[in-house]
Design a protein around this ligand. Sequence first.
Ligand SMILES: [Zn+2]
Length: 129
Amino acid sequence: MSSPYSHLTTPGPWTYGLALAAVLLLAVAVALVFLQRRRANRLFPRFNALWNRNAEPFCPRCRTALSDFQRRTSWKFESSGNRTVRKPVSYSAFQCRKCRWKVRLVDEDGFELTLETARRRLFEASEES
Ligand SMILES: [Zn+2]
């Protein structure tokens, strides 16, 4: 063999090693991308809802994205003397469009939060454990 390229056409152990390294590198790259995507999709619970890294809320029951945060009215029953009176109450909540679950934002002390406050407090130091 006089061709200067003969070493490229005859696969020696060196070529196999290189191919193996390339395959391994590809596998590592794929695994990294996969892990990063999983990390980005990870939801964590806070204020009665689930949140992603972009402070977007999700339903705690079915993990659907929540969007319609608004004032809603309901009734509560209060005893007055020896009778029970029905009184209107209003509160802010999301309603999941998939499972119809109402998601209220409540902090650790039981206080209702606005969406802005919840988002602001979401990444405060106290949360990550
Ligand atoms: Zn839901």
